[in-house]
Design a protein around this ligand. Structure first.
Ligand SMILES: Cc1cc2nc3c(=O)[nH]c(=O)nc-3n(C[C@H](O)[C@H](O)[C@H](O)COP(=O)(O)O)c2cc1C
Length: 448
């Protein structure tokens, strides 16, 4: 069957394009990747090219949320890798919001440690580097330890089966307090010399959960105005109170059936309906946000939607290129609707080295402005240098789309690429598979 899932085995760009044609997917492709050298300016600050490292959590911070040696190692490699922007990983705004007890967490006690990290990153990069810190509350996926509950906006028939025993539905009063936490975290990020904070609104973490809170009562559920209130209130307050750029990683669609999903056709949830997503993007622009990253899916419920893979927890219903296409096409549709926003697209790692050619083709055709690479950054941290200096990426350095980085997270370990960065991460991967040690047991220094 033409549409079937298959392991990536294209020997040249032409074969990949033939497959796209067979699947009736029109994806631009450009042999000359020179356009990816295009610089961008955000609020007067230069991004030296159109390549972005997407947020990739290492689950390897200290107990207090400050960076460990592994965090330094990861960002030094990214900085030296040549991308114009590091969209840095999920960083909790409060202890209760951590996705695991080793998630980054910026607070008054450790902001100085984040300043040292940004200094190190800037010193490691050749030329400018634009740094955004992704602020988050993990909501239903919060596992902060210490007996703290997961936090939901509303009960969801599709997602509640992943919940732990201890769950709390956040009240309207608590939501107001949470706003404060985002503002405090943004102020600390400013002190730590980040260029921007990302008010993360994707992948069904807390803020994005509100976008589909159709059936929640009160000020944060029901109407579009109510469901988007928290996101916009946080952005308005950061804008008023902190002198820092704001970017947003926006989940355009989550492929969960309506009314429990967002950005989906009401009758066919696998079909994105970006009507409300575009309204959000326009409003973000009106509020002074200059750049968004377009993403989709939910990494727990349907990981194939955001992270097309060759090896994964199940066989997705259709060919991986369909999911790549949906991500790129969502970025195209949002760019067409709100052209003044700089749009960073997601969806390139499964494409291996042709990710560079497809990014170049899409940017040439005006689909979006910049290309973000997630798993590829773990596997191939200097992918940007290869594109900028040699015009191409090398297949033998590319992400294998084997899901091992995700498996490590789910095993409660620190994560990275056990395939291309095996000396550090293969022993940790194996330890996790053997079921030892559990969550908080990894000795980060010993693994270096
Ligand atoms: C191990 C791992 C960690 C991730 N951490 C984050 C994160 O902290 N924040 C976020 O928004 N997305 C996170 N993602 C999702 C990626 O940023 C990206 O959306 C996804 O991998 C798809 O892009 P790719 O095909 O280039 O990998 C993570 C993904 C993986 C596999």
């Amino acid at each position: 069957m033409a549409n079937e899932f298959e392991v990536f085995n294209f020997k040249c760009g032409k074969e990949l394009l033939e497959k796209c044609e067979e699947l009736k997917l029109t994806i631009p492709f450009e042999n000359d990747t020179g356009i990816l050298k295009t610089e961008h300016i955000i609020n007067g600050k230069a991004l030296k090219n159109s390549l972005v490292v997407l947020p990739m959590e290492g689950c390897d911070s200290n107990d207090d949320g400050s960076p460990t040696e592994l965090v330094y190692r990861r960002y030094e490699r990214f900085a030296k890798g040549g991308s114009g922007m590091l969209w840095m990983e999920a960083c909790a705004v409060c202890k209760e919001g951590r996705a695991n007890p080793r998630q980054m967490h910026i607070n008054k006690g450790n902001a100085a440690e984040f300043k040292k990290l940004t200094e190190h990153i800037r010193a490691s990069a050749k030329g400018n580097i634009y740094l955004a810190l992704q602020l988050t509350h993990s909501g239903r996926y919060a596992k902060p330890g210490g007996g703290l509950p997961a936090v939901i906006a509303y009960n969801n028939v599709h997602l509640d089966r992943f919940l732990p025993g201890n769950v709390h539905t956040i009240t309207d009063a608590e939501i107001k307090e949470l706003e404060e936490k985002y503002v405090e975290a943004a102020a600390l990020a400013k002190e730590a010399d980040f260029d921007a904070v990302d008010v993360k609104c994707c992948h069904r973490y807390l803020l994005s959960e509100f976008l589909s809170a159709y059936n929640r009562m009160g000020r944060y559920g029901g109407s579009f105005e109510n469901r988007t209130r928290l996101l916009f209130d946080i952005i308005r307050r950061i804008k008023e109170e902190v002198d820092i750029d704001i970017v947003v990683r926006l989940g355009a669609y989550d492929e969960i059936p309506y009314p429990d999903g967002f950005g989906v056709d009401r009758d066919e949830f696998r079909k994105p309906d970006l009507g409300e997503t575009k309204l959000i993007a326009k409003k973000l622009s009106d509020l002074g946000v200059k750049m968004i990253n377009v993403t989709g899916g939910n990494p727990y419920y349907n990981p194939h939607v955001n992270r097309p893979y060759d090896v994964g927890p199940y066989r997705p219903p259709i060919h991986q290129l369909n999911y790549v296409y949906k991500l790129l096409d969502a970025a195209r549709e949002i760019k067409a609707a709100v052209p003044e926003l700089k749009i960073v697209a997601t969806g390139f790692s499964w494409l291996r080295e042709y990710g560079a050619n497809i990014a170049a083709g899409c940017i040439r055709d005006g689909w979006f402005d910049m290309a973000g690479f997630g798993r590829q950054s773990f596997a191939y941290p200097d992918f940007a240098n290869d594109i900028i200096n040699n015009g191409r990426m090398e297949r033998n350095k590319c992400c294998a789309a084997c899901s091992r980085c995700t498996v490590m997270m789910r095993d409660g370990m620190v994560t990275g690429c056990p395939v291309r960065d095996g000396e550090v991460y293969m022993p940790i991967y194996k330890q996790g598979r053997d079921g030892k040690p559990p969550a908080a047991g990894v000795k980060v220094k010993e693994s270096l």
